[in-house]
Design a protein around this ligand. Structure first.
Ligand code: PHE
Length: 340
């Protein structure tokens, strides 16, 4: 009996030692301590042992069982630790590795500049009015002091949809809608697409403008100039100034062309400003009294200024783009470079 137990014990310890994983170890446990295991078989044989020998044999059996159990427990603990170590090893991450780059899209350059302009004017207290791209001849021209046969109509080659309807040639059409709907004080910008039959390196048949309109008591050209100086510093950088040159628009009087000091050479003269130190950026002026009166605004009390910014022009200047077509060809090599 003693030998039998000894041999079970030795075999069990060897099997336990050789178990490579928890599953095998469990099989070993079952084959010895399980109901049909070897040690259980020995216990069943106790009935054949002489009664006086039973305590002794019982003790041997218990010792064997305890020895095997403690070997099993020890091995189990070892295998569990090993398993955990392997798991930690496989899940280890190097936090100093560069992150995986995900390709992400960005807004179209025109949308970006439009948003930047909207933010700047928004911070100055301008509201946004978005008009319609299809306009009537009245809002696009007549109400802007440009009646039929007015020579200024030739300044803009218009896409007519019918004698009455057209694709707006300028966001100035929005001025009339705003003044019809709102009493002064008025302070709005109106961004949107405009259309002209015009096509070369700096002109596209579809482009974007941002109109500005301020109407209140005592508004003067100085207010326009002051606001523009603030605006150009925000968009082109500190130190940029403006210069007003006389111009002509039917709906403003006086009318001005606004130049900014060249933000590339600081005014000394370079390729960008064609050696002049100044770059033309927008048209503006004091709202023509005829336009205000047409919208039932009392010109003895109120006056206003308006301006129209070419958004593509600003984008081209800001990002050094020399052909407007690059903005509309959807070439990702171009679009990806502009992400402000
Ligand atoms: N609407 C003019 C244009 O498209 C620009 C402008 C707007 C000029 C407002 C003066 C005032 O050329």
């Amino acid at each position: 009996m003693k030998e039998k137990l000894q041999s079970i014990r030795e075999q069990a310890i060897a099997d336990i030692e050789n178990s490579a994983n928890l599953e095998t170890l469990n099989e070993v446990r079952m084959s010895i301590l399980g109901k049909k295991g070897e040690l259980s078989a020995v216990l069943k044989g106790m009935k054949d042992v002489a009664p006086e020998d039973r305590p002794k044999v019982g003790q041997w059996v218990n010792e064997t069982k305890e020895a095997i159990e403690s070997a099993l427990d020890e091995k189990k603990k070892m295998l569990e630790e090993e398993k955990l170590r392997l798991r930690y090893e496989s899940e280890k991450i190097d936090v100093t590795m560069p992150a995986e780059q995900r390709a992400h899209g960005n807004l179209h350059p025109i949308t970006q500049v439009r948003n930047q302009l909207t933010d700047i004017f928004g911070s100055m207290g301008f509201e946004v009015y978005e008009g319609a791209e299809i306009e009537t001849d009245y809002y696009n021209f007549t109400a802007l002091n440009t009646p039929q046969d007015h020579p200024a109509r030739d300044m803009q080659d218009t896409f007519y949809l019918s004698p009455e309807f057209l694709l707006r040639t300028q966001t100035s059409a929005g001025q009339i809608h705003v003044m019809e709907a709102k009493k002064p004080p008025i302070k709005v910008i109106s961004p949107g697409k405009v259309f002209r039959s015009d096509d070369d390196a700096t002109h596209s048949p579809m482009f974007t403008q941002m109109e500005g309109l301020v109407v209140d008591e005592g508004i003067t050209l100085c207010d326009l100039k002051g606001m523009l100086d603030e605006f150009v510093q925000e968009i082109f950088g500190k130190g940029t100034t403006t210069r007003l040159r006389p111009s002509y628009f039917p709906f403003t009087e006086p009318s001005v062309e606004v130049d900014v000091s060249c933000f590339q050479c600081g005014g000394k003269g370079c390729k960008l400003c064609k050696g002049t130190g100044w770059i033309e950026v927008l048209g503006a002026g004091m709202v023509n009294k005829k336009v205000l009166e047409g919208c039932n605004i009392d010109t003895d009390v109120y006056s206003g200024f308006a301006f129209g910014i070419g958004v593509e022009r600003i984008a081209m200047l800001k990002y050094g783009i020399n052909n407007i077509k690059l903005l509309f060809e959807s070439d990702l090599r171009v679009l990806k470079q502009i992400d402000d």
